[in-house]
Write a protein that binds this ligand. Sequence first.
Ligand SMILES: [Zn+2]
Length: 79
Amino acid sequence: MTTELSLDSLKRIVRDIMTTRPDEIGCDECVEELDRFVELELAGKNAAEALPLIQDHLDRCGDCHEEFEALLAALRAIT
Ligand SMILES: [Zn+2]
């Protein structure tokens, strides 16, 4: 039935809008700011508050989160 089909695609569209926020950043932007984020973290500042978009991305992106953990560990080891 066409009504079911259109309802289905409507649901998909709504879900896309819900999951893709306009202020969302990509991995490239995240990696670019990541060292700044880690520096703030190491300085004992609230990095999540200073760079909320980075925190937001790290929460959702496993790859970048791993990179963040590695960078944090590496910098902690040398400081
Ligand atoms: Zn990412």
